[in-house]
Design a protein around this ligand. Structure first.
Ligand code: IPE
Ligand code: IPE
Ligand code: MG
Length: 232
């Protein structure tokens, strides 16, 4: 059976298990999020090595507002500080940062940090890291439909128009979605594009991910036979 000769062009990652990682060590959940960001750096470096063009990291979902005020505030603070504080890392490795999600509803300092980092990295071309923040697949589809209808003035919308009005329509469609920490669900991630994405679930908690895990993801992807409803 023919399998994919190359790795995924666009990989989506549901980074899960930060809280469990911290709990196992009797640390606060926030310590897990700090370690999770270290994993993200290891992963993006290896993704670049593997020739992946885009990695979308599920960073904060539209449902994550349900967490304690303290955890939400900590996550927002961490995101802002890593956007600003890691700029030299992004530029050194040619990483372009982009964001996906309902950014309008984020605190102004988070929106501002995103806009500034997008601008400061826009000429980097080795790999694109997309931060899915205040992101929900259902929300994105609703916003895409709204945009499409507004543009066309029509009462119906085609699949193509929805695709063209997603948050970052110029990116290649996601080829594979992976999730850490042994959970097997999408939790509202990239719902439109997951229609034909390959899915894979791994036991390891997100803070323990690094180059080896990404190598394994690429190996697993190459074994998949993608048919898109057709025949080989
Ligand atoms: C993923 O780890 C990070 C975010 C959702 C922000 P969790 O915080 O969900 O970790 P667990 O699932 O509680 O272990
Ligand atoms: C999904 O993880 C969201 C992110 C990774 C940002 P969650 O931990 O929030 O998902 P559930 O609640 O287990 O489905
Ligand atoms: Mg979780």
């Amino acid at each position: 059976m023919p399998t994919s000769a190359s790795g995924p062009r666009h990989l989506g990652i549901i980074m899960d298990g930060n809280g469990r990682w911290a709990k196992k060590r009797s640390l606060p959940r926030t310590a897990g999020h700090v370690e999770g960001l270290k994993a993200l750096k290891r992963v993006i470096i290896e993704a670049k090595e593997q020739g992946i063009e885009v990695v979308t990291f599920y960073t904060f979902s539209t449902e994550n507002w349900k967490r304690s005020e303290q955890e939400v505030a900590y996550l927002m603070h961490l995101i802002v500080s890593k956007l600003h504080g890691e700029l030299s890392f992004y530029n050194r490795h040619g990483i372009r940062i982009r964001a996906r999600g309902d950014l309008q509803a984020l605190p102004p300092e988070v929106r501002d940090a995103i806009a500034r980092t997008e601008e400061a990295t826009k000429d980097n071309s080795a790999i694109t890291a997309v931060i899915a923040i205040n992101y929900g697949g259902r929300d994105e589809i609703c916003r895409a439909v709204g945009r499409a209808l507004k543009k066309s003035g029509a009462q119906e919308v085609s699949e193509e128009e929805i695709g063209q009005n997603l948050d970052l329509p110029d990116l290649p469609v996601v080829d594979m979605i992976v999730r850490s920490a042994d959970e097997q669900r999408l939790s509202n991630f990239l719902l439109w594009e997951s229609a034909y994405a390959e899915l894979a679930f791994y036991e390891k908690l997100w803070p323990d991910w690094g180059a080896e895990e990404i190598k394994a993801v690429c190996r697993d992807y190459r074994l998949r036979v993608r048919k898109f409803g057709g025949v080989e």
